[in-house]
Design a protein. Sequence first.
Length: 340
Amino acid sequence: MIASFLEQEHVNTIANVDRRINVLYEPHLLRPPRYLADHTGAVIERSPTDEARWRALLATADVLFDFDQTHREDLPELAPNVRWIQGTSSGIGQFVNAMDYGTRMPNTIFTKASGVHAQPLAEFCLLVMLMFRKSLRRVVSDQSRKHWERYAGTDLQGRTVAIVGLGAVGREVGRVCKALNMHVIGVGRSHRSHESLSVPLDEFVPVSDLRQVLPHAEHLVLATPHTAETEHLIGAKELALLPRGAILINIGRGLLVDEAALVTALTSEHLGGAGLDVFVKEPLPKSSPFWDMPNVLVSPHSGSTSDQENHRITDLFCENLTRFLAGHPLINLLDLDRLY
């Protein structure tokens, strides 16, 4: 059963994986997408007849493509036969934990969309770095005033970037940065083999030694999941360790950073800038100081979103569907203890 909007061509691709598959897809019952690859959708009010139909579909489903946003709280009771849910996001751990699905759906496995968003998020990080290093805001401002004045920016060659989190996204950020001749420091789990990461890091540092890296990090990219261990990973002390003028980029989760401390570091201009795609509270309240700060790029949690997303998620789902039918281990299985 497909629980969020998907283009018909992708639905057909899923149906053609195996003749044993019966795809349940009734888009008129789904929350309508507000933009391409919107898997949450706008609020919908179903008629009693449509709601009864939707519940009947849930009751018969063995597999869900995405979580049902209209029945988050009572999904375990309405979909008792579901054995596997494929998420459309990489960061489903906190949601699954908050809903207590691991306990309430003991016979269900959950898989993430890890890797699907690596390319667009790496490009977002590059966008932020170049925006600040090439003085893009100055260029746009001068153009709007028809003002001609030459200036000197800088380039990224030889500059240091520290990437916290070496999953699919972090590795892709590292690959892109190396292609621009940057010095790349990877920060990740200490038990993970440096050589197994398939990205040409200049240095690998366990996250326990993060503070030793920060004084050298002209660019700090946060691409790690939100867990008990990573909450407020970057606070006032960590920000103070960064070199003056450093750029912070958060594409993980808002709670990785102490936002009050970040505002202070940006206001004092100890930090040169920040590119923020995620925030503690989303949507970002209009009262947030981030909106008006000249050295901050506010992105509405859209750095990962691409018009190619549904195609990539469908490919991942079909690979996992083939494995599921064959009884083989699935890709991107969520660890319910680590929440990633």
